[in-house]
Design a protein. Structure first.
Length: 278
C-alpha cells in the first residue's frame, strides 16, 4: 500500500510531469493540424494557403517550446505558461475553422458547432492574459518581482473572467437591462482591452527586474526583449506601410512576428543561459 503522500509524490514525479507536457503538446498539434485541414477545405489562393501553414507553425511553436522547457525543467512556470498558450491557441484555431466551415460558409451544420464556438470564445481571453500579462510579469524565473505585484495578476485574472462571462452572455443572446448579444460581445472586447494597462505594468515589472538582476538573468530578459521588439516593429510597421490590416501580406508578416516570441524564449532555454529551476 502506498501512502497518500507517496501517491502524490509519484503523480508529481518528473517523468509523469514530462509525459503530461508532451501529452498537451500532442493535443495542441492535433488541434492545429485539424484546423489547418479544415481551412484548406475552404479553398483559397496561394497567399491564404501559406497563411494557414504559417499560422499553424506560429501557434504550434508555443506548445513545442513549452514542452521542451518542461522536459528539462519540470517545475518551470514559463514552460507551463507556453504549454497553456499552445493548447489554448490550438483550441481557438480549431474552433474558428470548425465554426466557419459549419456556419459562416453555408455548409451543412457540423455536430457540436455551438460547443466548439463556445469553447473558442472561452479560451481566447485566457490566451490573451497569459501572453500579455503573466508572461512578462513572471519571466524568467516564474516568480513575481515582489508581493506587491500580485495585484496586477489578480486584476488580469478578474478581467479575463469578466470577459469570458460577457462572452457567454453574448453567445446565449441573453437580454438583460435591455441589452442584447451585441452589447455583451462589445463588453467582452472592452474587458480584453483593459488588459493593456496591466500589460504595461507587467513590462514595467520586467524593466525593474532587469535593473536589479545579475548578468545571467539580464541576458535572459534581453533575448525576450529582442524578440518582442522585432515582433512589435514588424506588426506596427506593416500596419502603417501596408495601410490595410486585411492584406494577405500583412497576415503573413503577423504570423512571422508572432513566431519570434516563443523562438526568443526557446533560444534562451536551449543555450548556456538555461532558465533557472523553480
Amino acid at each position: 500500500m502506498h501512502s497518500p503522500y507517496r501517491l502524490t509524490e509519484e503523480m508529481a514525479s518528473p517523468s509523469t510531469t514530462r509525459r503530461v507536457a508532451w501529452m498537451i503538446w500532442g493535443i495542441c498539434m492535433s488541434l492545429i493540424l485539424s484546423a489547418s485541414l479544415i481551412w484548406f477545405l475552404e479553398g483559397g489562393n496561394l497567399f491564404q494557403h501559406v497563411h494557414i501553414i504559417w499560422t499553424g507553425i506560429a501557434f504550434g511553436l508555443f506548445g513545442t517550446v513549452g514542452a521542451l522547457i518542461v522536459s528539462q525543467r519540470t517545475r518551470n512556470t514559463i514552460g507551463w505558461i507556453l504549454c497553456a498558450v499552445g493548447i489554448g491557441t490550438g483550441i481557438t484555431d480549431f474552433s474558428g475553422a470548425y465554426t466557419a466551415y459549419s456556419m459562416v460558409k453555408g455548409h451543412l451544420p457540423l455536430p457540436g458547432t455551438s460547443v466548439f464556438n463556445w469553447l473558442g470564445n472561452t479560451v481566447w481571453p485566457i490566451n490573451w492574459v497569459l501572453l500579455l500579462v503573466f508572461l512578462p510579469l513572471l519571466f524568467p524565473n516564474g516568480h513575481l518581482l515582489s508581493r506587491r505585484w500580485r495585484v496586477v495578476g489578480w486584476l488580469a485574472a478578474i478581467l479575463a473572467l469578466l470577459s469570458i462571462l460577457a462572452g457567454w452572455l453574448s453567445l446565449a443572446n441573453v437580454e438583460l437591462f435591455g441589452k442584447g448579444a451585441d452589447f455583451w460581445s462589445s463588453l467582452s472586447d472592452n474587458f480584453n482591452l483593459l488588459q493593456l494597462p496591466l500589460t504595461i505594468a507587467a513590462l514595467v515589472s520586467l524593466v525593474l527586474r532587469f535593473i536589479r538582476a545579475k548578468e545571467r538573468e539580464r541576458q535572459q530578459i534581453k533575448w525576450l526583449t529582442y524578440g518582442t521588439a522585432i515582433m512589435a516593429v514588424l506588426i506596427v510597421g506593416s500596419i502603417f506601410i501596408l495601410n490595410d490590416p486585411n492584406s494577405p501580406i500583412y497576415a503573413l508578416i503577423f504570423d512571422f512576428a508572432i513566431m519570434l516570441l516563443p523562438v526568443s524564449i526557446g533560444t534562451v532555454s536551449y543555450t548556456h543561459l538555461t532558465l533557472p529551476t523553480i
